[in-house]
Design a protein around this ligand. Structure first.
Ligand code: SAM
Length: 289
């Protein structure tokens, strides 16, 4: 069967089913075979792999995944796409489609059922309106993960891989880099999609660390400190932490902890590495909140 990455085939299917693109679901379908090849290569999929695809759309990438992997489960929220997927994926017997909101799926249970609890690979051209909850949900929920290879808004990809002192560095950079090592695999312009999105896109692979690159006594406290310091980017770290509704330290306690972590009183949060945030959290850990 002609692949959907051929734009003519995509148009044919859309017309045949009278499909209406839903903006609210972030529906921009890929129509460029070179981009699909790049995603599959970046995800390093083998015939041993179980792959979870989030948002298969009309099945364009699912066709590529089905050919590269042992088994694929694709979770699609839009029920109007289900009959289309039945047709476009008919010749693949290793694909299961679930009609559900991915945020409501028990992915750990799915990994257990389909992959014996071994780490799974997640591949997706993500709906941009829920990129962060999907990615952070995967990392924080303890799902056994090997890697997450996703198409995201270019600007989000830049934030995920940014380091200290750059304009893109922020809470998302640190959250992602605590769990995974990022690799930017491709930049993708709007004309590779139907309909065209208003923003540039990029494919990023996040390879899950077996254990985080830093040790911290209280992970939750570290992330509260990170959020507080980037909520008020222009302020010094001391002021950011003092003004945070999530924390209730006095200025004196903050200055003392900064000193114990070997940080200057005037430092800004955006200059701190993950290691320094971990040291700061440990310096606070002895204190009462
Ligand atoms: N994978 C297809 C492709 O590359 O052509 C479609 C990608 S499109 C950017 C995003 C897809 O995610 C759409 O099919 C949309 O309906 C689906 N989607 C949006 N929100 C979702 C959710 N919460 N759970 C599952 N799928 C969702």
């Amino acid at each position: 069967m002609e692949k959907l990455s051929n734009p003519q085939r995509t148009i044919e299917i859309i017309k045949k089913y009278g499909f209406d693109f839903q903006k609210k679901f972030g529906q921009n379908f890929l129509i460029d075979p070179r981009v699909l090849d790049k995603i599959i290569a970046a995800a390093e999929i083998t015939k041993d792999d179980f792959v979870l695809e989030i948002g298969p759309g009309i099945g364009t990438m699912t066709q590529y995944l089905a050919e590269a992997a042992r088994e694929v489960t694709a979770v699609e929220i839009d029920r109007n796409l289900i009959p289309i997927l039945q047709e476009t994926l008919a010749e693949y017997d290793n694909v299961t489609v679930i009609n559900e909101d991915v945020l409501k799926v028990d992915i750990a249970a799915l990994a257990q059922e389909k992959n014996g609890g071994r780490p799974i690979k997640v591949v997706a051209n993500l709906p941009y309106y829920i990129t962060t909850p999907i990615i952070m949900g995967l990392f924080e929920s303890g799902v056994p993960l090997a890697s997450v290879t996703v198409m995201v808004q270019k600007e989000v990809a830049m934030r995920m891989q940014a380091g200290p002192g750059t304009k893109d560095y922020g809470a998302l950079s640190l959250a992602v880099q605590y769990y995974a090592s990022p690799y930017l695999a491709a930049n993708v312009p709007p004309n590779c999609f139907m309909p065209r999105p208003n923003v540039g896109s990029a494919v990023i692979r996040l390879t899950r660390y077996e254990k985080p690159p830093v040790e911290v006594q209280d992970e939750k406290l570290m992330f509260r400190l990170i959020r507080a310091s980037f909520n008020q980017r222009r302020k010094t770290l001391v002021n950011g932490l003092k003004n945070s509704p999530e924390l209730s330290y006095t200025k004196e306690e903050i200055l003392e902890a900064l000193g114990r972590a070997g940080l200057s009183e005037n430092v800004r949060g955006e200059a701190l590495t993950l290691e320094q945030f971990a040291a700061l959290a440990d310096a606070f850990s002895g204190e009462q909140l």
